[in-house]
Every structure is written in C-alpha cells, then in structure tokens.
Design a protein around this ligand. Structure first.
Ligand code: PBG
Ligand code: ZN
Length: 331
C-alpha cells in the first residue's frame, strides 16, 4: 500500500467527475467567428472549393447569402469577410471602392441578417497587383505612412456599407489610431476596431494566400509582420494598439502561439481573440483525411487549447463544422 501519493485519478474516474472538475468551458457559438471568402464573380452563384483548404469555399454573393443563412439558423453569430476583387492594381482601389465586393457583401448581409455581426478584414494585399499589404516604393519597400490613408478609406467604406466591426490586418505602425480618427470623423465612433495587434510572419498562412489569391509576388511580409521568435514584443504591440484605441486584440496564429495568447491576456484588459489560421486548419484536415488522426477530436482539442490559453473569441474555419455537429453551445 502506497502512502501519501497524489491520486489525481480520483477526479478522473467518471464522466460526471470529469465534468465537475473541468477548468475550461465548452465552446460558445456567440464567441466563434467564421471566415468567408467572397469573390467578385459575374456569376453570383459562383462557389469553388479551395484546394488547400478542404471544406472551405470561395463564394459569389448569392452563394454567400445561402451559406450564411443556413449557418445563421444553426447559431452563427459572427463572421469575418475577405474579398477577392475582379481586378487588382497598385493603389488597391478595389479595397475602398463604394461598390467593392466586400462593401456589396456587407450591404447584402446586413439587410438579410440584421442580427449577425459582420466583421471585415481591412487590408490591401487582396487588392494590390503585387500582393503586399501596403504601398510599394520604387525599390520594393512597403511604405508605412503612405499606406495609412488607404487603410482608413477602406475601413470607413466598410462601416458605411454596414460592417459592425473592422479588423485591420496589415501591421502598419500607427494604423489603429489613424483608423479610429477616420471612423470618428465619418460618424462611426461606435464602430469597434478589432486589431490584428499581435500578428506573426507565419508560414501557417500558406493556404489562405491561395484562398484569397493574395500571395506577395516578390519578397515576404517579414518587414511588417512579427518575428515568430519574439514574445516580449507581443506586449509592446498589444499595448500600442490599445493606446491608439483598439477595442479587441487579435493574436495570430493561435495554436502554436498559446504562450502569446496567455501573455497578452495577462497583460491587457481588452477582449482577446485568437485566429486559428488556414494552415492550422489544413494540417488537421489533411491528417484526418489520411486517417492518421481523429479529425473531430483534434479539432476540439485544438480549440480547447486556444481557449485554455486565454482567448475568449476565436476565429476558426471549423465554425461551420462545430455548428453542423452541435459541438458549440448556442447562446
Ligand atoms: C491579410 C490576411 C492574412 C490572413 C488574414 N488576413 C494573410 C497574410 O497576412 O498573409 C491570414 C489568415 C489565415 O491564414 O487564415 N493581411
Ligand atoms: Zn494584407
């Protein structure tokens, strides 16, 4: 007979005992955000599966309406929109066009589903012929300050089209304050900014760049997105965005950056949103398709890990599957 050992198994012996002692609650539908890729296609019923992201689609306006309608009925409360324009140029003019694809999608979704939160990704890369998130100088550098007015125009045009929250993902310095000012002056002082405050230069974005057709034509994003080796810098980025007026902070990617989620949650008092990015999704999907892991179990474990790290809000491509299977609590 062993004396005085810690018998951790006492509290694991039955499902009810485990439920009693569970430290992280179930996923709440109201805190999940589903990303959608809306395409400016002459056929509004256009729908194409993204090869690198099985189960995820590029959708024309009508296809988007049908899909969102279906999931709104199943409990979908929030989505984030990415646009794929018909034409790209060096000014990203499609990003802030009154009749741009995201602007049209916002107006449509707002009138069809008034209770749904429409979040828009504010960036220029999908609209730039070169695929970078900002204006490029002759020598190929991404110019910070010249990019800010275009981002502000984009954010204001989204708000005018009915976006409930704008989410700048470009990583230019000073853009949160610049956007806040522009939104306030345009009469949108109540439109929150959900800032991609802590966004790493990550290889996990690979599948997204296929989905959004936004891979940089040359170079990479390392001069504006963060170095994956850094953690103290995350606090500086988060604090800077809060001081400039950010309402919600995004940490991205999520799973491999659980330490960063925890760090930001402990050092900042704004809501924390973690973005489980395209590569995190595709890795799980691919292994599940091969039969190498139990896809549903890994999906749930990955999201529990993100929540346990300290994220309240989660952007995940698994949102639809969670709703389909009743794996998120409707609230
Ligand atoms: C645009 C943007 C990206 C993602 C969100 N907004 C791509 C990038 O920065 O290269 C990545 C999302 C994902 O991988 O799911 N700036
Ligand atoms: Zn971008």
């Amino acid at each position: 007979m062993l004396d005085n050992i810690f018998r951790g198994r006492r509290l694991r012996q039955s499902p009810a005992m485990r439920s009693l002692c569970r430290e992280t609650g179930p996923l709440l539908a109201g805190q999940l955000i589903m990303p959608y890729f809306v395409v400016d296609n002459p056929d509004p019923g256009f729908a194409r599966e993204i090869p690198a992201m099985p189960g995820q689609m590029q959708l024309g306006l009508d296809a988007l309406k049908a899909r969102v309608g279906r999931y709104h009925e199943l409990g979908l409360k929030a989505l984030i929109l990415f646009g794929i324009p018909a034409h790209k140029d060096e000014q990203a003019s499609g990003a802030y066009a009154e009749n741009g694809i995201v602007q049209r999608a916002c107006r449509m979704l707002k009138s069809e589903f008034p209770g749904l939160l429409i979040i828009t990704d504010v960036c220029l890369c999908e609209y730039m012929s070169h695929g970078h998130c900002g204006i490029i100088t002759a020598d190929g550098a991404v110019e910070n300050d010249a990019t800010l007015p275009l981002l502000a125009r984009t954010a204001v045009s989204h708000a005018q089209a009915g976006a409930d929250i704008v989410a700048p993902s470009d990583m230019m310095d000073g853009r949160v304050g610049f956007l806040r000012n522009a939104l306030d002056q345009a009469g949108f002082s109540m439109t929150p900014i959900m800032s991609y405050a802590v966004k790493y230069a990550s290889a996990y974005y690979g599948p997204f760049r296929e989905a959004a057709e936004s891979a940089p034509a040359c170079g990479d994003r390392k001069s504006y997105q963060m170095d994956p080796a850094n953690w103290r810098e995350a606090i500086r980025e988060a604090r800077a965005d809060l001081e400039e007026g950010a309402d919600i902070l995004i940490v991205k990617p999520a799973g491999p950056y659980g330490d960063i989620i925890r760090l930001v949650a402990e050092n900042c008092d704004a809501p924390i949103c973690a973005y489980q990015v395209s590569g995190e999704y595709s890795l799980i999907r691919a292994a599940a398709q091969q039969g190498w892991v139990n896809g549903e179990a890994v999906m749930l474990e990955s999201l529990t890990g993100i929540k346990r790290a300290g994220a309240g809000i989660i952007i995940t491509y698994f949102t639809e599957e969670l709703l389909d299977k009743g794996l998120a609590v409707r609230n």
